[in-house]
Design a protein around this ligand. Structure first.
Ligand code: DON
Length: 303
């Protein structure tokens, strides 16, 4: 749309002026140390241009945004057999909740809450060494972004491994229900390294093009699969904040505790926003606000 570049610069200025940043994730020490007063936004457009503002060249920890790529790669590997092990319903609970797992006998509600993502990672691992599954995933993301300079931040992975007791509990609990097929510690290590992938908003927006069905985007998944992943992002991508995000923004989105959000405007754009301070759902505070304003400006809501 007309004036998008100016709008994004203004958005960046407004975010800094408001200084209403929220608080970086506290439970992963390496993330807790990040300065919250940072903002970036990138919009990969249907015409092939990417329009950005703020710190769009700065790498951040994509964390749970990785779950979108793991889901796409796992579906590519084992297909719809995944759905016997993970559901497709919003959970209404926090990203790291264990509560529903007991009631629902070890089948997580969806592939984006931690429990469901651990099962999805387990499906991708598929009896291989973690390094081989991670290499496949990184290659998939690099191909999607058409950028080979995308890597795992080893410090973030180590930081999470040192403190990841909740995820360890989830993995072992899933194993007890026979819903992990690999050694739970191997699955867990793979999951934590996948979350520690670092990308810029330019790279992330570029990688999301395959989900937006943009002309010229690498064809890594079918249009039907992209539609279905978008549906899950809309209903489950922001955990217990998914309804509010759909109401305010009206786009499929996936958040991460590193402060990143990937949003898909089908046929129009792939959008990445980053600001490390979080709201009480564990989603980027300034990022959510920026998404709301961008949706108003562009009229890209799918509704
Ligand atoms: O598993 C964790 O706790 C983190 N590696 C990722 C969680 C996450 O990003 C949740 N998103 N809001």
């Amino acid at each position: 749309p007309e004036g998008l570049q100016e709008f994004l610069h203004q958005l960046n200025d407004d975010m800094h002026a408001a200084a209403d940043w929220g608080t970086p994730a506290g439970y992963i020490p390496e993330l807790a140390a990040v300065d919250p007063a940072q903002f970036a936004i990138s919009v990969a457009m249907a015409d092939g241009r990417t329009i950005s503002a703020g710190q769009h060249d700065k790498r951040f920890s994509i964390q749970s945004v990785s779950k979108v790529f793991t889901l796409a790669a796992a579906l590519g590997r084992i297909g719809d057999a995944l759905w016997a092990r993970v559901g497709r319903e919003p959970s209404g609970t926090a990203f790291n909740s264990i509560a529903l797992l007991e009631q629902e006998r070890g089948r997580p509600r969806n592939p984006f809450i931690n429990a469901g993502a651990i099962v999805t990672t387990d499906a991708l691992l598929d009896g291989r060494q973690p390094r081989d599954a991670l290499a496949e995933l990184i290659q998939f993301i690099r191909a999607a972004a058409e950028d080979s300079d995308i890597h795992i931040d080893k410090h973030v992975a180590a930081s999470e491994e040192a403190t990841g007791h909740r995820n360890a509990a989830l993995a072992h609990y899933l194993y007890s229900f026979d819903n992990l097929q690999n050694d739970p510690d191997l699955t867990l290590g793979t999951y934590m390294h996948q979350c520690a992938i670092a990308m810029t908003t330019d790279q992330l927006a570029s990688a999301g093009r395959m989900l937006s069905g943009l002309e010229g985007a690498p064809r890594l998944i079918s249009a039907r699969r992209a539609r279905r992943i978008n549906a899950l992002m809309m209903t489950c991508g922001h955990y217990d904040g998914s309804g509010d995000f759909a109401y305010r923004v009206g786009l499929p989105g996936k958040s991460g505790v590193g402060g990143g959000i990937l949003m898909i405007a089908p046929g129009k754009a792939s959008i990445a926003v980053w600001s490390p301070g979080l709201n009480h759902y564990g989603n980027s505070k300034a990022g959510t606000e920026a998404a709301h304003r961008l949706a108003n400006f562009t009229g890209w809501s799918v509704f």
